[in-house]
Design a protein around this ligand. Structure first.
Ligand SMILES: *Cc1c(COP(=O)(O)O)cnc(C)c1O
Length: 384
């Protein structure tokens, strides 16, 4: 059956019809009064979502562009940075930092395990002459389904006093509590196709006053992603360059939906979806790749033993038109990932788990207790 795709990957995520309809409108002028008032509302609501009074700037980039803006605006060639690496996106931070000539020191953990916060503390405490200019981590490591302990790492950064805390919050923002001001996060990057329920194309960077201070002396070249020009334009509810007008209007609708649901409800829903997915996998005897205590609210990684991950994905797509994500790099073929980020409801999880059970049966998984996954998920929904 046509036009029945169910997107269960951790980005792009499903888009509500209201948001899609906003995209179908005729563009309006980006210097018009009408667009300025949309920008004003969007900026206000972005601050609400980030729980901050800091600037939250909107860029025409994917998430990686927002990350790049978070590097080039606040650092200089040769700056020493600590980068947390326990997955594809942590590695991306390290590659990007190296590409811009920063002195990268990686703090690594095995893929599927959270970063060890003690290792950050030790490095930061040892740095008595304050050479570490930034600590850079991925909050929710989408490639493995691990949620890193940002709160603790950030506390060590605050005790250091000098280093900036730079965060990839691409799959944590809008899924789990991320109080930018209460924690004092300096640079927070995210992208529209994840928790925002908007198609790809917009990136966001929240910038603290301390980061703006660093901006004054930062020496890496910048032009299109010079956040100073976005800040200046934002003061007049404008943009330095032509923004994707329709995406911004779509974002206005999506943020309105998020406000109507409320931050706490959004976080609870993601927690519930995560728990239901994980309990279902356990009930089906499918090993989870990330531990319960460091489970990403956006994506659950499953490492099947008796059936092949890629076969499961292929049948889920072919028979049920459900798109699951595969493993990246050395995890290719070893895991599959169920996205439950953004516009995802309890019903979606029941559908996905039920289809997963049918898929496993089709693949002849003998160990399968038919119905156990759906029952486990339903139990979680009944409890919460
Ligand atoms: C999706 C994602 C990004 C951004 O990827 P783009 O393809 O550039 O949008 C960055 N970090 C994480 C953790 C992500 O999940």
């Amino acid at each position: 059956m046509d036009d029945k795709l169910m997107l269960m990957i951790p980005g792009p995520t499903p888009v509500p019809e209201k948001v899609l309809l906003a995209l179908a409108k005729h563009p309006i002028g980006h210097r018009s009064g009408e667009f300025s008032s949309i920008m004003a509302e969007v900026t206000q609501n972005l601050k609400w979502l980030h729980q901050t009074k800091n600037d939250v700037l909107t860029l025409t980039v994917s998430g990686t562009g927002a990350m790049e803006a978070g590097i080039i605006n606040f650092l200089s060639p040769g700056d020493r940075v600590l980068v947390g690496c326990n997955g594809k996106f942590g590695d991306r931070w390290a590659l990007m930092s190296a590409a811009f000539g920063l002195a990268v020191e990686k703090i690594t953990a095995e893929w599927g395990k959270p970063l060890d916060t003690e290792q950050f503390r030790e490095k930061l405490v040892a740095d008595t002459n304050k050479q570490i200019k930034a600590v850079i981590i991925t909050h929710s490591e989408t490639s493995t389904g691990v949620l890193n302990d940002l709160e603790t790492i950030n506390r060590h950064v605050k005790e250091h006093g000098t280093a900036l805390m730079i965060v990839d919050a691409v799959t944590s923002l809008g899924a789990v509590n991320l109080p930018v001001d209460a924690w004092g996060l300096d640079v927070v990057a995210s992208g529209s196709q994840k928790g925002y329920m908007v198609p790809p194309g917009l990136g966001f960077v929240a910038v603290s006053p301390k980061a703006w201070e660093a901006y004054q002396t930062a020496k890496l070249p910048r032009f299109y992603l010079d956040l100073g020009s976005y800040k200046k334009a934002a003061a007049k509810n404008s943009n330095p360059f032509t923004p994707p007008v329709n995406l911004v209007i779509a974002l206005q609708v999506a943020l309105g939906m998020m406000q109507a649901e409320g931050l706490d409800s959004i976080f609870c829903r993601h927690q519930r979806l995560t728990r239901a997915t994980r309990e279902a996998a356990k009930a089906l005897g499918l090993p989870l790749f990330a531990p319960d205590e460091a489970a990403s609210p956006a994506v659950t990684s499953v490492a099947p033993v008796s059936v092949e991950a890629e076969q499961i994905r292929a049948i889920m797509k072919k028979r049920f038109d459900i798109a699951l994500a595969g493993g990246q790099d050395h995890l290719k073929g070893k895991i599959f990932r169920i996205g439950h980020l953004g516009f995802v409801s309890d019903r979606d999880i029941l559908t996905a788990i039920g289809s997963l059970e049918a898929t496993l049966r089709e693949l002849g998984d003998e160990s399968l207790a038919q119905g156990a996954g759906v029952a486990a998920a339903a139990r979680v929904f009944a409890e919460s």
